[in-house]
Design a protein around this ligand. Structure first.
Ligand code: FMN
Length: 321
């Protein structure tokens, strides 16, 4: 996820039970122009186990060239972003715009596939709009060209983040068994994820926003309903401190560390009482040490308070996939 899934966050999620992660979308042109910031986005932590680097772009040769560069970082796979609905990306023909003309996709996939040795994977939406649902067609083309798996966000591009992910469609596509498939969309709680995991035709499930507010969602999804295990505010604090360590290993730019921790900590505080006030305090504290003190005090004072997230309200209804 853009501006979220950098190496420290991905490592944290792997350690908290996530079976594999994908980087934020990285511009193939930025890679090819040797843009320093873009290359930083390809960083992989040495302890990350199952990480894919996701590239976006509209030009097959530029994508192939960037994929070769990305492969040098030793990812487990290279993923193509074909789900991003954002105008800046789509207007240049990248992201979900690639779903508009499946006739060019065979060539697009095979050019990139031929350039690399690690598996090639794709992340798509169900289609461009409700009149052009073509996820099965795209999956068939991908299979022909040796793409390893397809992850599908159960919305169309025009839907953006509105409405609900269409799990009926996702399950139908998965049942066809065209190629290994990862289902994605609206798995916001451990209970929903567990329920889907126990009943799905998909080979795997992908979670985007859920772990932002509940970093324990992967572990909780594997619990049985009557397991008596509870992750407390103190457990959250431990995760936050670990995240800070990983951020400090990743960059020496204090401002980046501050901005990243601040937003993630506030997301993690969702569902606890006093979160609005806490948010204000976090965003008005100018330095990292002060911000960590505010966070420590907040989580510490919560004791063993359970978390109650209101899932009826939209959360982060916008993004790059
Ligand atoms: C802030 C934000 C950034 C995102 N960035 C990416 C991205 O870089 N690549 C991608 O494939 N999907 C991206 N997505 C989409 C998610 O991967 C996922 O498909 C979508 O949020 C639906 O899943 P969820 O309901 O579990 O969040 C992003 C979503 C959000 C909210």
């Amino acid at each position: 996820m853009s501006s979220i899934c950098t190496a420290p966050y991905r490592l944290l999620m792997e350690e908290l039970g996530c079976g594999g992660t994908v980087s934020e979308l990285v511009s193939c042109h930025g890679i090819n122009y040797k843009n320093e910031k873009t290359h930083k986005m390809l960083d992989i932590h040495k302890r990350e186990k199952n990480i894919g680097l996701q590239l976006f772009g509209e030009d097959k040769e530029a994508m192939a060239k960037a994929a070769i560069t990305a492969q040098e970082r030793n990812p487990k796979f290279i993923d193509i972003n074909m789900g991003c609905p954002v105008r800046k990306v789509v207007s240049k023909g990248g992201g979900s715009a690639l779903l508009k003309d499946p006739t060019v996709l065979g060539d697009f996939f095979s050019t990139i596939k031929k350039a690399i040795e690690v598996p090639l994977t794709i992340k798509i939406r169900t289609g461009w709009d409700s009149d052009s649902i073509n996820a099965p067609e795209v999956a068939h083309i991908a299979k022909e060209e040796g793409v390893e798996f397809v992850a599908i966000h159960g919305r169309t591009r025009t839907q953006a983040y509105k409405g609900k992910a269409d799990w009926e469609l996702l399950e139908d596509v998965a049942k066809e068994g065209i190629l290994p498939m990862i289902g994605n969309g609206d798995l916001h709680t451990a209970a929903t994820t567990r329920n889907r995991m126990n009943n799905t035709n998909c080979d795997a499930l992908m979670l985007g926003r859920g772990p932002l507010r509940n970093p324990f969602i992967f572990l909780e999804s594997y619990l049985k309903e009557d397991d008596d295990i509870f992750f407390s505010p103190q457990d959250h604090l431990e995760v936050i401190e670990r995240f800070k360590t990983y951020m400090e290993e990743y960059t020496d730019r204090e401002r980046t560390i501050l901005i990243t921790l601040r937003k993630n900590i506030v997301w993690m505080a969702a569902g606890y009482p006093g979160v609005a006030q806490f948010r204000n305090a976090m965003f008005t504290t100018p330095d990292l040490d002060g911000t960590m003190e505010v966070a420590c005090e907040f989580f510490h004072n919560l004791g063993n308070m359970p978390k109650r997230i209101d899932h009826s309200k939209d959360f982060m209804a916008g993004g790059h996939g």
